[in-house]
Ligand binder design. Structure first.
Ligand code: ZN
Length: 307
């Protein structure tokens, strides 16, 4: 088999998805983590979310974090929002690339943002208008795209219908999220194929959790379908506070290892992701679950050329 050579584009989500269920850490510690993550070579980072501080106390300092981001000019930062209020706060804080999350199920949507899925869909257009007035970019993330902890399996046609509505409402790009980590490769391909045909030509990314050990298999399946944008978190940190049993994102270092070992460029330095994961472990004072972090990368002879 000839190794594919097309690169993939990884978005680091440690400072947002990674930290949101953790005990809050000081802003200065977050900036130390962002610094370590930026050093990995990653070009995109979801750095916080502008949501209710009561709902997500760990991200209550979104404005304070945003105030420092010009220290890393090579990274494109974005933030997650759940409605118009959050979008206004993010734009006022200088972040113009926003992710607006729509849950595909009512149960998760109500637990996550206190309103039903249809109401969240109806808000895409005004959020997009606000973002576009500020010259920004709006990605719509379709959460719970596979299964809901409250409502059971998500019908795939529900996901493609939300994608279609998002495009009509002004979304600039889309992302499909396996929020609770139940997807498997065949279902990933099914849902992504449906979303592709409902939203032809749209940039489409994938957000995976490794809760049941399917994360990398799912990412590879999506890659074979042509998906090139993936969310990941260094160390495999992460999880949704309103999805019982949720656990970490796919680990950035494991995703980069898989692609790079197949000749697919990620722009990410493996050793530096391991350093960043150790920074996260120190700041959070706990070990992280990434297997590659425990085992290290592929052994390289000391005399090997530096290429
Ligand atoms: Zn997530």
């Amino acid at each position: 088999m000839t190794a594919p050579t097309v690169g993939v584009d990884i978005r680091e989500v440690d400072p947002r998805d990674g930290l949101q269920i953790e005990t809050p850490i000081p802003t200065a510690a977050k900036l130390e983590l962002v610094d370590a993550l930026a050093a990995t070579g990653v070009r995109r980072m979801e750095v916080t979310s502008f949501v209710s501080p009561r709902a997500i106390p760990a991200l209550a300092d979104a404005e304070a974090v945003a105030a420092h981001l010009d220290r890393w000019p090579r990274v494109t930062f974005s933030a997650l929002v759940a409605g118009l209020g959050g979008a206004r706060r993010a734009l006022a804080a200088g972040l113009t690339r926003l992710e607006y999350v729509v849950s595909a199920s009512d149960g998760h949507s109500r637990a996550n943002v206190g309103r039903g899925s249809a109401e969240s869909i109806a808000l895409i257009a005004p959020v997009a208008e606000l973002v576009h007035q500020a010259g920004g970019h709006l990605e719509v993330i379709i959460a719970i795209a596979f299964d809901c902890p409250f409502d059971g399996p998500t019908p795939p046609e529900r996901v493609s219908e939300i994608a279609r509505r998002a495009v009509l409402s002004g979304a600039d790009s889309l992302s499909v999220a396996d929020t609770i980590g139940t997807a498997t490769p065949v279902r990933v391909c099914d849902v992504l194929t449906r979303v592709r045909s409902a939203a032809p030509g749209m940039d489409l990314g994938l957000h995976l959790h490794d809760t049941r050990g399917q994360g990398l298999a799912n990412a590879w399946a999506a890659y074979t379908l042509g998906i090139r944008q993936f969310d990941a978190s260094v160390g495999g940190l992460g999880g949704c506070p309103f999805a019982p049993g949720a656990s970490g994102n796919i680990a950035t270092e494991e995703l980069a290892y898989m692609f790079e070992d197949g000749g697919i460029a990620t722009g990410i330095d493996l050793d530096k992701t391991l350093s960043a994961a150790r920074v996260a472990e120190r700041l959070l004072d706990k070990p992280l679950g990434s297997g590659l972090l425990r085992a290290g990368g592929r052994p390289v002879p000391a005399t090997a050329a530096a290429d």
